[in-house]
Design a protein around this ligand. Structure first.
Ligand code: SF4
Length: 273
């Protein structure tokens, strides 16, 4: 069940508040097991297929503290055996200070933590951000990284933002040793070109922390949300992704992964000779 928090349960004078769009108390596709899914408010991307344009503004949402959220989780703790908390959005990393507080509180309660992110906030040269990320990675069990497009130009066309920081973030997570699931949405005519899917596979095949690949079909369920918000739907009449074709597209990504892994294996063998 997804719901918007309608009232503040608790507000401490010097305790940080996060801006929360909504909470889904029974998530089954956002990480292992049954998850308590927290949708953060705010996102700098503008993905053409976004289902949650109401999470874009950096203001709005309901202000909540980490303690309030974990207290709410604890009320239903019995549901979440083998699961935990997933933060998504919006883009959860735009509220990194609050996210650190939330995950520190979660870890005090021995809760599995997962971040579903586009990685868009990452910048190698931002030492302040890296310091915060280093702290966050120590209390993060899993990252679900959405790579929207491997090609830099097409990535900007699809999301309005470049992908160099996102790919650098993937390498950063690997260095920090945090497990990653890669997510990729296949949209007919936009992200279904075999060349780019292979290149995507080739890139993620180089990540030693890769634990899963989630290839998702584009669907049009977001249309009604745009209508209700009085917004034009960016993808117009783009058809939904056919499930059989999707399987073929996933095979192309897997082919890229295998090719990269084979290259890595061969180069390791050679360096041992
Ligand atoms: S990153 Fe997620 S929330 Fe942000 S625009 Fe893209 S799909 Fe929407």
């Amino acid at each position: 069940m997804r719901y918007t928090i309608s009232k503040k349960l608790y507000k401490g004078s010097n305790i940080m508040n996060g801006r929360i769009h909504s909470i889904e108390s029974f998530g089954t596709v956002d990480g292992p097991g049954v998850r308590y899914v927290i949708f953060f408010q705010g996102c700098p991307m503008r993905c053409l297929y976004c289902h949650n344009p109401d999470t874009w503004p950096m203001t709005g949402g309901t202000e909540m503290t980490a303690v309030e959220i974990i207290e709410d989780f604890e009320k239903k703790r019995g549901f979440y055996k083998g699961g935990g908390i997933t933060v998504t959005g919006g883009e959860p990393l735009v509220q990194i200070d609050f996210l650190i507080e939330l995950f520190e509180e979660a870890k005090r309660h021995h809760i599995h933590t997962c971040i579903d992110t586009s990685g868009i906030v990452y910048k190698d040269e931002n030492t302040e951000l890296i310091r915060k990320l280093d702290r966050l990675m120590k209390i993060t069990d899993l990252i679900m990284l959405d790579i929207k497009h491997i090609d830099p130009v097409k990535h900007i066309e699809l999301t309005s933002q470049p992908n160099d920081g996102i790919l650098a973030f993937a390498k950063y997570i690997e260095k920090r040793g945090v497990s990653v699931w890669i997510r990729h949405v296949v949209v007919p005519g936009i992200t279904d070109d075999d060349k780019y899917l292979y290149d995507l596979g080739y890139f993620i095949g180089g990540l030693s922390n890769l634990k899963a690949l989630d290839v998702l079909p584009y669907h049009t369920m977001g249309k009604t949300k745009y209508e209700s918000l009085g917004m034009a739907y960016p993808l117009g009449d783009t058809p939904e992704m056919d499930k059989d074709i999707l399987l073929e597209k996933k095979k192309v990504i897997l082919k890229g992964i295998k090719a990269r892994r084979k290259e890595i294996k061969n180069s390791t063998k050679q360096s041992l000779l």
